[in-house]
Design a protein around this ligand. Structure first.
Ligand code: 5GP
Length: 206
């Protein structure tokens, strides 16, 4: 399938503990021609995170210089660190014939929707507070205060779900991955994205 010259931008946001990383990882594995947008951040790498693969890890001074140069398509401060998407990410995806997948927070999603109105946005939600709390506790040795703050932040983020085109309630991983894959496939079949493919077909009938 030939893709339109402009990469479609898929924005995926979720409060921490919603299972977003697993779902996004599976989406990238199952659907061809998707490119994951590597963000810049001022936070330190965790565990086996690699510079240039998970994030570009830079200092606050460098981040602020890049903001001043207008290098970011969007940027935000999340949990005391800067995060931002470089404007070249979309062009690189388009040059590779791919669509772009962004894992960004609600502030970033709002900025991107203004700049790229046809971006497709998806909000992932845990099925309830209790499940979110259980997932946060299961996955980390975080202190009680950190877990409580994440739950509190999640409550604030969840209220922004109305910004998004799609809401995915993550009850069961396989079903959620199917839904995510379906959203991408359906978007790729939109008429405006099919023009390049339709034209040669129509010519065979003329
Ligand atoms: P983490 O530090 O756990 O990797 O990410 C923390 C939060 O920052 C997540 O909600 C993630 O979606 C968000 N985030 C990651 N990259 C970006 C970015 O480039 N822009 C914005 N606005 N948020 C981001």
């Amino acid at each position: 399938m030939s893709l339109s010259p402009n990469a479609t931008v898929f924005i995926i946001s979720a409060p921490s503990g919603s299972g977003k990383s697993t779902l996004v990882g599976e989406l990238m594995r199952q659907v061809p021609k998707l490119r994951f947008s590597v963000s810049y951040t001022t936070r330190y790498p965790r565990g086996n995170e690699r510079d240039g693969e998970d994030y570009y890890f830079i200092s606050r001074a460098e981040f602020e210089a890049r903001i001043a140069q207008g290098e970011f398509l969007e940027h935000a401060e999340v949990f005391g660190n800067y995060y931002g998407t470089h404007w070249s990410e979309r062009e690189r995806a388009a040059a590779a014939g791919c669509d772009l997948v962004l894992d960004i927070d609600v502030q970033g999603a709002r900025q991107l929707k203004e700049k790229i109105p046809d971006a497709v946005s998806i909000f992932i939600l845990a099925p309830g507070r209790q499940v979110l709390e259980e997932r946060l506790r299961a996955r980390s040795q975080d202190q009680e205060s950190v877990i409580l703050r994440r739950l509190h932040d999640a409550a604030g983020e969840i209220r922004n779900y109305t910004l998004y085109d799609y809401v995915l309630v993550n009850r069961e991983v396989a079903a959620s991955v199917d839904t995510l894959v379906s959203i991408v496939k359906a978007t790729r079949s939109r008429r405006d994205r099919m023009e390049n493919e339709i034209r040669p077909i129509l010519e065979t009938f003329s």
